[in-house]
Design a protein around this ligand. Structure first.
Ligand SMILES: [Fe+2]
Length: 104
């Protein structure tokens, strides 16, 4: 694992910022894993193999959710904006614009 993931000098970053970076990277890895399973599931013909992959993908959804929740607890503004977007019917872009505009 390299240290080129930082955009600032690593030793100037706080532990909190480093943890944030690790969890942000992990969130991306979980999303990538979900996508790998999505592609594998879409082409797999064997029912048992497909069921196992779906089970594994389900676990990755949980990992992604836990990572996101962790990050949102660190960034209340991010949480506030997502509360205006997620789990709502209707126009996603409109919800996003409204959430951004009303966030403090
Ligand atoms: Fe995972």
């Amino acid at each position: 694992m390299g240290f080129d993931k930082y955009h600032e000098t690593a030793n100037e970053l706080t532990q909190k910022t480093r943890t944030y970076e690790r969890m942000k990277k992990k969130l991306g890895e979980e999303a990538e894993t979900i996508n790998w399973y999505e592609q594998r599931i879409s082409v797999e013909k064997n029912k048992a193999a497909k069921a196992i992959m779906k089970n594994a993908q389900k676990e990755e959804f949980k990992h992604f959710g836990m990572d996101l929740e962790f990050l949102l607890r660190m960034k209340p503004l991010w949480r506030e904006i997502l509360q205006g977007i997620l789990f709502k019917d209707g126009d996603i872009v409109e919800h996003g614009e409204d959430a951004e505009e009303s966030a403090d």
